[in-house]
Design a protein around this ligand. Structure first.
Ligand SMILES: [Zn+2]
Length: 497
């Protein structure tokens, strides 16, 4: 049993985004959950045997949720510049291979040290058959278990258009003859029938049922990556299992135009196939039109705003203020990486706070409280842990961040500025004193308690210091050769408006 003292405890937010703050509070933690919250003096008297943590100079807030994440080392680190999304898919074919355990730990370090206690891990692509998929999934989820980070894990489901927004064979046939065998072989490595992808999902669910820090959920990859038959299968699976879904949608203007050609409104199309409502989170949604925003609000469909990613891949500026005005719950995701090419949720919150400050005295902009609620409660709602994380109340999981207020505000902070405003605008990673996940301190004063970060980084450095393998070299050559053809495919693709 642990008793955390908080000079100020941010429990969460009211329905109207008002922060709920207690002073001189205690959080009694037992068995991974919060047992009791109340005045610290009374709790100390009632539970003298509890291990004392925190202190009067500590601000305690809910752990943050990175609601959209894919990989560890970033594409930039592994050899791909930030192209526009559709070209980046081709450029990423040339990335170096990284051991999935080491890769997962790399970004887990960055997330935890910026206050993230749950990650929505959407694994994009795994080459090979079901066994290879399961092995990678086990390495990734095993790494999260090793470091103690709560994870919602999924492997993206896709059954078509694996490189550009047209059929794989048609694209291969459009290439110069010399490129076709290598391109066909690449598609072959990443082609697994949907039924087998679903078997992998079911097997992962079976293996990990009841694990406190791991949830398995569904990730239909994106409209262009899925046929209508596949979307219907996934909708049925979601209804049977009751699990949440996270789906990329309308990330770029090219995706908007693809949707228009295929069906008209992407959101209406998904709804017709049974995909809408509070269990569904749409990643990005940069190009939702007003009617689609209204439809999401009406159905209770959630959005995940990936602000840095949208900038880096030239996707555009999501209409966040419109989402909020419509009453859509919006989560925040770091996607591949933030604008500093790392996974810093504190920085991402500041970016979201600043970017959407529309000019004009009365023009809309998100408040610090809204942004922090997105990064906690609304992110939590996109995972299988919904209702148990993202806020600090009795019977919820003990996933929390302790911030040293003196370090955060030194040498001065006027008390007229509300707590949440200071947290969102000034808190840097160095202010984080400790991170607790499921009742266990996994990070304390710059050190990970379960794992040696320097040893993991040294192992990554050692492995990547070796020259490119033959397979890596071949993929890099293919990536370079195919990029101009991908660019050509999209020339003239966009409609006038
Ligand atoms: Zn993504």
């Amino acid at each position: 049993m642990k008793l955390i003292e908080a000079g100020r405890l941010l429990q969460g937010f009211t329905a109207s985004d008002e922060p709920i703050i207690l002073e001189n509070a205690g959080v009694l933690v037992e068995g991974g959950a919060i047992r009791e919250i109340g005045p610290i003096d009374a709790l100390r008297l009632a539970h003298p045997q509890a291990e004392p943590l925190g202190g009067p100079g500590m601000v305690v807030m809910p752990g943050l949720i990175n609601a959209h994440h894919h990989v560890g080392l970033t594409p930039l680190q592994l050899g791909s510049p930030d192209h526009p999304l559709e070209l980046w898919f081709a450029s990423r074919m040339g990335l170096r291979d990284v051991d999935p355990r080491l890769d997962t730990l790399f970004s887990a370090f960055e997330m935890i040290e910026s206050g993230v206690t749950t990650v929505q891990h959407l694994h994009s692509r795994i080459p090979g058959g079901p066994d290879a998929q399961l092995a990678t999934a086990e390495a990734v989820t095993g790494a999260y278990a090793e470091i103690g980070l709560r994870a919602s894990f999924s492997i993206a489901l896709r059954d078509q258009n694996r490189l550009v927004y047209e059929d794989d064979r048609a694209f291969t046939a459009s290439l110069p003859e010399a490129l076709r065998p290598a391109m066909a072989a690449w598609f072959e490595r990443f082609t697994l029938p949907l039924t087998q992808q679903i078997e992998v999902f079911q097997e992962l669910r079976r293996r990990h049922a009841g694990e406190p820090l791991l949830g398995i959920q569904l990730a239909p990859a994106n409209l262009h990556w899925l046929s209508d038959a596949a979307l219907e299968d996934i909708a049925r699976l979601a209804a049977e299992t009751g699990l949440p879904l996270h789906m990329h949608l309308l990330e770029t203007p090219y995706q908007r135009d693809y949707a228009r050609r295929r069906t008209g409104s992407a959101v209406a199309h998904l709804a017709r196939l049974g995909l809408s409502g509070p269990k569904l989170t749409l990643g990005h949604g940069v190009w939702l039109d007003e009617g689609e925003i209204e439809a999401c609000a009406h159905a209770g469909t959630r959005l995940c705003h990936n602000c840095s990613s949208n900038f880096r891949l030239k996707s555009g500026l999501a209409p966040l203020n419109r989402f909020l005005a419509a009453g859509i719950p919006v989560a925040l995701g770091l996607d591949e990486a933030g604008i500093n090419d790392d996974r810093d949720m504190l920085q991402e919150m500041r970016l979201v706070l600043r970017v959407h400050r529309a000019p004009g005295h009365d023009a809309p902009c998100p408040s610090p409280a809204q942004v922090l609620r997105m990064a906690s409660e609304h992110g939590a709602a996109t995972t299988p842990f919904a209702g148990r994380i993202g806020r600090l109340f009795p019977d919820m999981a003990a996933d929390l961040v302790m911030l040293d207020w003196r370090r955060l505000t030194w040498p001065y902070q006027d008390v007229a500025i509300p707590l949440v405003d200071v947290l969102v605008q000034r808190a840097k990673r160095e202010a984080i004193s400790a991170v607790m996940i499921g009742g266990e301190l996994v990070y304390r004063e710059g050190r990970f308690t379960r794992i040696d970060r320097e040893a993991v980084l040294a192992e990554i450095a050692g492995r990547l210091a070796k020259p490119l393998t033959e397979a890596e070299s071949l993929r890099r050559s293919l990536s370079e050769a195919v990029l101009p053809h991908v660019r050509r495919f999209y020339a003239g693709y966009l409609s006038e408006n």
